[in-house]
Each structure stands twice: as structure tokens, then as C-alpha cells.
Design a protein around this ligand. Structure first.
Ligand SMILES: [Zn+2]
Ligand SMILES: [Zn+2]
Length: 383
């Protein structure tokens, strides 16, 4: 909406006489529908004058509209590596531009027309759209372009890509997550290249490197559906994970469903529009090998059946948690060795369930024997 309140022709002509304005600013401030015939003539005259006398500086914009090419070239160069169909743009403009714009607007008593910032945004957007075959979009654009007009610089940020997948782990002695640097406890130091984490091979590093190479993103945050020990295998249909890929350059990459990453096999890979929020409940089927200090007593072994369809309790992050064991199978395979197969809620600490009083009831307590979890492998993860 635009309102020209009691603007007298001579006030417009006075302004135009006293202040040099460029054609962009005249067009911006005085949409022709709202201008009386006389003033339109003046506007046209001034428009021609402004076009001829480019040397003269526009009082409001200091001819900034004529000088957008360097910043546009900067934008074209920086965005050329990105896949995008939509973009949004933000600019930082020195306050003096807005002050001068307000000053002229108040003299002309104009409200509601484009202010200078909006005018520059419109101009930049139009050019970027034409050049890159993309459209400006306010909600969730593929790309966010931030321009500082003072030094003609720009920074580019792209919308994250979300990936869902499952992984199978077929080798032992491979941690799930990157280890936090012990020298700096994750703050960042020379030892860890200021990353806070060690650059050792892990499931996380393998998945991250794979996705980074495909989407050319800066960082990846993985949301794991449960975890395992570095010696555990993950078999069956694999463990689900959700990855958030920050600042990806190649968002159009067509992700194949499967990928073999030597020791880690990825499946069900697909791009998601959004990442699910909050905790995702899941169940795990686990094969566990237990070693006991004393020989295993067969009659005591039967007591393990009370775990079936029952809850176990443990404290996590200061809270008492109760989770269910759905199914238990056991087999004595040596005097001091026991194989267990459990179907249980995700989040139950497996080692503690075997070894310590942190989980009640627990296997050592039920068998009245000091038990140690030699290894545990995941056979299935259900979500
Ligand atoms: Zn101007
Ligand atoms: Zn460090």
C-alpha cells in the first residue's frame, strides 16, 4: 500500500531540486500510479537527468544501485557450487542509508513505499533469480545469502539435508562414535586439530565420510537409535540412524539405498524432509556371551526366566528408568560360559545388566555368581 498524503507538486519539485536522486530511488519512492500528472513530468525529467549524470551522487543511496555488480559477482561465484532452487537474501546496510531514506520520505510525507533496504533486496533478488534460475522464498529456502554491502562480501548457508539409514557392523574393535580428545576433554587443542574429537576410525567417521563425499557438507550430526560396544557386531537388518548434514553443496545427489564401507554396510538409505524429533522407542535382540567366576549352577540358571516379560530398573542421568525384557533364552555352553539371547527395550545397559547392581534385577545377582559380559552382538533392531 502506498499513501501520498497532501503532497503538493511544488514540494516534490523542491525535493528534486534540492536533492539529487537516482532513477532507482525516484522509482522506488514515487510509484507512478500515485503521482499527479505535473509531478510525473518532473519525475520523468529527473529520471532522465539522473541517467545522464551518473557522476552525481544520489543523496539517499550514493548510487549503490549502480554498484551492485561486484557483490552480485561475488554471490554468483560463491553459489556456483551449490545445488539450489530457492534462496533468501539478507543484507547489512549502513544505517546512514536508511536515515537519509527516512529523511526524504518524511519530507515527502510518504508511507508504505519500498524503503531503500527493500529496494536493494528486490534488485539483488531479481538479478540472482534470472542468473541462477531460482526463486526467492521466505520459508525454508535451499540457500541463505547474507550480504554485507559495505565491503561487498557475502556468506552462503544452505538448508540441511537429512538422511535416514541402517548400518551393519561386521568387524570387531571399531567404536560407534568418535572418541572425545582426552587431552582437552572435547574443548579443542593441538592434539585433536581443535575438533575436540579424535580422528580415529569409527562407525561415525565412516558414515560421515561417506555422506560428506556425496553431499559435500561441512559437518554431520548423527542421531543414533541405540549404541553398541566397540567389540560388538551389528547384524540382521542393522541399526537405524538419522544424520543431519549441515551446509550441503550437493543437495540433489541421488542417494543409492545401499553402500559398502568396509566393515560397515549401509542400507535403507534415503533423504528425509525433516528429522524426527524426540526419543524414538526401539527394541533390540542381543546375543550375549557371559563368563562366570564359579561354575554355573543349572538350577539357578532357571531363575533367569523371571526376567521374561518383566521390567528392569536402572538410574540414567539422575532418573530412575524402567524398561522391559520381552524374551530370554539361555544355554550353558561350558562350565563357566553361558550364551544368552534377549529381546529387550532399547536403552538397557547390557554390560550392567550382566555385571552390576546398577540394574535390578541383574544376571550376576540372579545366578549368585560373579558374571562378566565377554561380548554382545546385536541381531536385530526394531523401531
Ligand atoms: Zn539512489
Ligand atoms: Zn584436544
Amino acid at each position: 500500500m502506498c499513501f501520498l498524503k497532501n503532497v503538493k507538486t511544488d514540494s516534490i519539485s523542491n525535493i528534486l531540486r534540492n536533492y539529487d536522486l537516482c532513477s532507482y530511488c525516484i522509482n522506488r519512492l514515487m510509484p507512478k500510479n500515485f503521482i499527479k500528472k505535473d509531478s510525473l513530468q518532473i519525475r520523468k525529467k529527473q529520471f532522465k537527468k539522473a541517467k545522464k549524470e551518473l557522476i552525481k551522487k544520489c543523496f539517499i543511496c550514493k548510487n549503490i544501485f549502480e554498484k551492485l555488480n561486484p557483490v552480485l559477482n561475488n554471490i554468483y561465484e560463491k553459489t556456483s557450487n551449490y545445488d539450489f532452487k530457492t534462496f533468501q537474501i539478507g543484507i547489512t546496510l549502513q544505517p546512514s542509508f536508511l536515515d537519509r531514506d527516512d529523511f526524504i520520505r518524511s519530507k515527502l510525507k510518504i508511507h508504505g513505499t519500498e524503503n531503500i533496504k527493500f529496494g536493494i533486496l528486490t534488485e539483488l533478488s531479481k538479478k540472482i533469480s534470472q542468473r541462477t534460475c531460482s526463486v526467492r522464498e521466505i520459508n525454508e529456502p535451499d540457500l541463505f545469502i547474507e550480504v554485507i554491502l559495505k565491503d561487498e562480501s557475502c556468506t552462503i548457508r544452505s538448508k540441511p539435508v537429512f538422511v535416514y539409514g541402517r548400518y551393519n557392523k561386521t568387524v570387531r574393535n571399531l567404536p560407534q562414535k568418535k572418541n572425545i580428545c582426552k587431552k582437552c576433554s572435547g574443548i579443542g587443542c593441538h592434539n585433536c586439530g581443535f575438533n575436540g574429537v579424535l580422528n580415529e576410525i569409527s562407525v561415525e567417521s565412516k558414515i560421515s565420510n561417506f555422506l560428506k563425499s556425496k553431499f559435500e557438507c561441512s559437518t554431520i550430526k548423527i542421531n543414533w537409535i541405540g549404541g553398541e560396544d566397540q567389540y560388538s557386531l551389528v547384524l540382521g537388518n542393522g541399526r537405524p540412524f538419522f544424520a543431519k548434514l549441515n551446509n550441503p553443496k550437493k543437495r540433489n545427489y541421488v542417494l543409492r539405498k545401499k553402500s559398502d564401507q568396509r566393515g560397515i554396510y549401509l542400507s535403507e538409505l534415503k533423504k528425509l524432509k525433516h528429522q524426527p524429533k524426540g526419543f524414538i522407542p526401539f527394541k533390540s535382540e542381543v546375543d550375549i556371551t557371559v563368563i562366570s567366576k564359579s561354575p554355573i549352577n543349572l538350577s539357578k540358571l532357571k531363575k533367569l526366566k523371571i526376567l521374561e516379560k518383566n521390567q528392569v530398573q536402572f538410574v540414567s542421568k539422575g532418573k530412575m528408568i524402567s524398561k522391559k525384557i520381552y524374551h530370554i533364552n539361555y544355554k550353558k555352553v561350558g562350565n563357566n560360559t553361558l550364551n544368552l539371547n534377549l529381546l529387550l527395550d532399547g536403552g538397557i545397559p547390557i554390560k550392567s545388566l550382566i555385571e552390576t547392581n546398577d540394574v535390578t534385577p541383574n544376571i550376576s545377582h540372579l545366578l549368585e555368581n560373579i558374571c562378566r559380559c565377554k561380548k554382545f552382538d546385536f541381531k536385530r533392531i526394531l523401531i
